[in-house]
Design a protein around this ligand. Structure first.
Ligand SMILES: [Zn+2]
Length: 142
């Protein structure tokens, strides 16, 4: 498990929850808030954050993750009916750990609308050599 940073006065998302800094909030429920990302990858790029501080996905309790998933449904409805151009799809992304691209160590789920294949969030398959999945499967036990 990743070493987890505790909540601090410096956590930007905790400050948003406490309304110490402004955010463009589009939806919320009792455990989470959905707001527009300040560095959007596409129009309507939203992040959902838990109201309590958990550093990443793995350290977020399942009932809080469930509240975030439920809020994501509401966010998609809002984006589908409200944006000037309806997204054709979405990427749901959460980075865990600095090496994976996590920048704010307060769990957040990105909801990134997709309008064109080569715009927005992109997965880059095929350039890195990986082991055969059967080889990897041998290491994994249930
Ligand atoms: Zn925080």
């Amino acid at each position: 498990m990743n070493k987890c940073k505790k909540a601090s006065n410096k956590c930007i998302f905790c400050q948003i929850v406490k309304k110490q800094i402004p955010a463009l909030i589009i939806a919320k429920n009792n455990k989470a808030i959905a707001l527009l990302d300040i560095n959007p990858v596409s129009d309507g790029h939203t992040i959902i954050i838990p109201k309590k501080h958990y550093c990443d996905w793995q350290n977020t309790p399942p009932k809080v993750l469930f509240a975030i998933v439920k809020l994501s449904y509401k966010v998609i409805k809002i984006l589908n009916k409200s944006l000037p151009i309806k997204p054709l799809g979405y990427n749901y992304v959460s980075n865990q750990g600095k090496i994976a691209g996590q920048q704010v160590f307060h769990f957040h789920l990105h909801i990134i609308p997709k309008y064109k294949e080569n715009e927005g969030f992109k997965l880059d398959h095929g350039k890195i050599k990986v082991k055969k999945i059967g080889e990897i499967y041998k290491y994994l036990t249930i």
